[in-house]
Design a binder for this molecule. Sequence first.
Ligand SMILES: Nc1ncnc2c1ncn2[C@@H]1O[C@H](COP(=O)(O)OP(=O)(O)OP(=O)(O)O)[C@@H](O)[C@H]1O
Ligand SMILES: [Mg+2]
Length: 240
Amino acid sequence: MPQAIISAQQLTQTIQLNNKALTILNHIQLDIFAGEQVAITGRSGSGKSTLLGILATLDQPSSGEVWICGQAAHQLNEEARAQVRLENIGFVFQSFQLLPHLSALENVMLPLRLQKNFDYKQAEQQALYWLKRVGLQRQAEQTPKVLSGGEQQRVAIARALIASPKIIFADEPTGNLDGQTADEIETLLFELNRELGTTLILVTHDPKLAEKCQRHFLLVDGELSEVSSGQVETQVEAKT
Ligand SMILES: Nc1ncnc2c1ncn2[C@@H]1O[C@H](COP(=O)(O)OP(=O)(O)OP(=O)(O)O)[C@@H](O)[C@H]1O
Ligand SMILES: [Mg+2]
């Protein structure tokens, strides 16, 4: 059996709210293998973004383990986790998190700036290539505040892809896009998955996008379960 590229063991996230402990994620068990396409769905507030942030090493769990590319992320300090992210992970935030004073081009270049062998001209060319692939070459010099929500989302996607990460985490990557642009972005993500073997982990409210993924997990009140393809087929059959 191959080693999982991401593994969560008994992952729990609890926060203190008004002196009460609130459990957001409850003993989550999850193994994702390299090259898989994974959808995570669940109602608003069920803990999807919290789970994605912890799996991507942006946040630390209250308890439990997160293994990523063979490394024990739950035991690493912030600096070491930043290095894990730099080498392995692209992240599309639900709220985009673009830097407001930088142009679209400079935002997309950011992950390369952090690399040791950064070369400005080369990075600029790569950023222009990715902006073109998300359909934004004309907006390269604009700052986020003059871009529409969907355009900002596509800049965030280009930024997540530029360093050719092994794993892409995307929190509602098509949530702000019109149908056609959403289809184009989905096609791009699945192409990267097919061509480069990139592991895709997508949070989505779109059942059609979830169905396109090989694996589908459902989060209900912080508890994660896998929806088997048989179950999806049965649900679809029941509706028709
Ligand atoms: N730092 C925090 N302090 C207090 N509550 C928090 C914090 N972070 C998350 N929560 C709560 O945890 C729950 C899960 O939040 P999360 O953002 O993970 O949900 P989600 O499934 O991504 O929802 P959505 O679909 O609306 O994006 C929510 O009830 C939220 O209010
Ligand atoms: Mg969310």
